[in-house]
Each structure stands twice: as structure tokens, then as C-alpha cells.
Design a protein around this ligand. Structure first.
Ligand code: NAI
Length: 249
């Protein structure tokens, strides 16, 4: 399928997991892919693999975010798709009684403030084109909370969801669609690190997934490619769940 032929897509967190799988999928569908990551080796290897461009950037830095879109525009002439996906999981116990203020702030900064910045600086390009698709990675926990007690993470993803709805409604008449992607647990380095520290947590999670397994990143990428494409032309402001049935159980 070549649904994204010639479109310019900027993907944050493209060096690993969901971002990497989406870079591959977007390239297969004909897009010019700009792979953004803080981690140079993985980001540049992703870009090389998909024949795209690597931009080293920290998505919490306003100047870096401005620069990554400017580089995409200077190289390919437009910014059609923004997949704002980079995110972190808190390193330590994230229950409200244990999470310190610094850890809380760090998670909001990387998971939520970054999405604010990435939307703020992508939208003007899309306004000039009269068209664009923004997909922000939230999580199923934004919709239903988490049985594994992760307050700063869940709150940050709730913010991403609310912001995506707000922007989807606000910019609908300008041809800019904004959707929140809500994956269930996905087999990526982020999840594997979390579960390596707490194997029981993996088992608790698995029990709650109706399809009985974690998602592969390519299954999430397929949904992102759909949302990015004109096949999703009537979908905006949505919480797009790709969660193996968790939220319905
Ligand atoms: P991952 O850890 O495999 O990849 C995240 C990428 O983001 C890494 O390449 C990392 O270097 C990059 N990154 C981190 N901080 C950055 C920063 N400040 N600036 C630029 N790049 C940065 O993670 P995964 O699993 O692919 O997650 C991607 C997104 O999906 C995250 O927002 C995560 O919260 C979300 N998500 C993941 C789920 C899962 O089960 N893996 C479930 C639901 C949501």
C-alpha cells in the first residue's frame, strides 16, 4: 500500500519500539520519514534503514523541536504528518505515595510538555498547507487507569489525550486532524525494562488482556499509518484504542 506517497512524516522516538516500527511502516507506504531521537546510534540507524533523515533532538527542548520541523521542511518541502511518540516510563515506584516531585515533573516534561511543543510547532506548517495529520501517543491507561499504580505516567498520558481532543476540535476546519493513539501493552524495550524489574507485574497485566498477549510494535504502527492516511479523513479528536480489548473487558 502506498497511502503516504510523497508525504513528509516527522516521528519522535523513532529509534526504538513503536516509533521504529512506524518509521518502517511509513517508509513502506511511500513517506519521506524524518526520524527524531535523543539517542544518536538508534535514531541514525533507523533513518538509514528507512532511507530517511535523522535529526538528533530532545523533545523537551523548544529550540530542538523548532529545529526538527525546520530541518524536515528545508529537506523535503512540507510537514504533513507529525507522530509525537517519544516517551518514558518512570524508573522507580510510581505510586502516588512513592513518586517524588522531581520524578513527577520529569515524566510530565518528557511525555506531556513534549507533545505540547511538537503540536505547537507542527501546526503552523500544516495551516499553511491547509492539511495535516498529528498523532500523539497516549496509552490505554489514559482511558481506564492502571492496575499497576503509575501515577505520573497515567496523568501525563491523560494530558496527551485531553490535548489531542482539544486540538482535534479546534483545528478541524483547517484540515488538520489530531488524534490520540492509545496502545495497550506493547512488546518494546520500554515494556521489557519495566517487567524485568517486576515480573509479577507482567503477569498481572497479561491476565487483563482479552487477546492473551502483548502487542507487537508493528501492530501499533499499522494503526498509526491508518490515522496518518486519508483513509482516516473523518477521524479527529479521537482516542484511538489499539489495546487487544483491555478497555472493553
Ligand atoms: P521505547 O523506549 O522503545 O522508545 C522510546 C524512544 O523515545 C527511544 O528511542 C528514546 O531514545 C526516545 N526518547 C526518549 N526520551 C526522548 C526525548 N526527550 N527526546 C527525544 N527522544 C526521546 O518506547 P516505546 O515502548 O516504543 O514507547 C513509545 C511511546 O508509546 C511512549 O510514549 C510510551 O509511553 C507509549 N506507550 C508504550 C506502551 C508500551 O507498552 N510499550 C503502551 C502504551 C503507550
Amino acid at each position: 500500500m502506498q497511502r503516504l506517497q510523497g508525504r513528509v512524516a516527522v516521528i519522535t522516538g523513532a529509534g526504538s519500539g513503536i516509533g521504529l516500527a512506524t518509521a518502517r511502516r511509513f517508509a513502506e507506504e511511500g513517506a519521506h520519514v524524518v526520524c527524531v531521537d535523543l539517542d544518536e546510534p538508534s535514531g541514525s540507524s533507523a533513518a538509514a534503514e528507512v532511507g530517511g533523515l535523522f535529526v538528533k533532538a530532545d523533545v523537551t527542548s523548544e529550540s530542538d523541536v523548532i529545529r526538527m520541523y525546520q530541518t524536515a521542511f528545508d529537506t523535503y518541502g512540507s510537514v504533513d504528518i507529525a507522530f509525537n511518540n517519544a516517551g518514558i516510563s518512570p524508573p522507580d515506584d510510581d505510586s502516588i505515595l512513592e513518586t517524588g516531585l522531581d520524578a513527577w515533573r520529569r515524566v510530565q516534561e518528557v511525555n506531556l510538555t513534549s507533545v505540547y511543543l511538537c503540536c505547537k510547532y507542527a501546526i503552523p506548517y500544516m495551516q499553511r498547507q491547509g492539511k495535516g495529520s498529528i498523532i500523539n501517543t497516549a496509552s490505554f491507561v489514559a482511558v481506564m487507569g492502571s492496575a499497576t499504580s503509575q501515577i505520573s505516567y497515567t496523568a501525563s498520558k491523560g494530558g496527551v489525550l485531553a490535548m489531542s481532543r482539544e486540538l482535534g476540535v479546534q483545528f478541524a476546519r483547517e484540515g488538520i486532524r489530531v488524534n490520540a493513539l492509545c496502545p495497550g501493552p506493547v512488546n518494546t524495550p520500554l515494556l521489557r525494562e519495566l517487567f524485568a524489574k517486576d515480573p509479577e507485574r507482567a503477569q498481572r497485566r497479561l491476565v487483563h488482556i482479552p487477546v492473551g498477549r502483548f502487542a507487537e510494535a508493528s501492530e501499533i504502527a499499522a494503526a498509526v499509518a491508518f490515522l496518518a492516511s486519508d483513509d482516516a479523513s473523518f477521524i479527529t479528536g479521537s482516542e484511538f484504542l489499539v489495546d487487544g480489548g483491555i478497555s472493553g473487558a
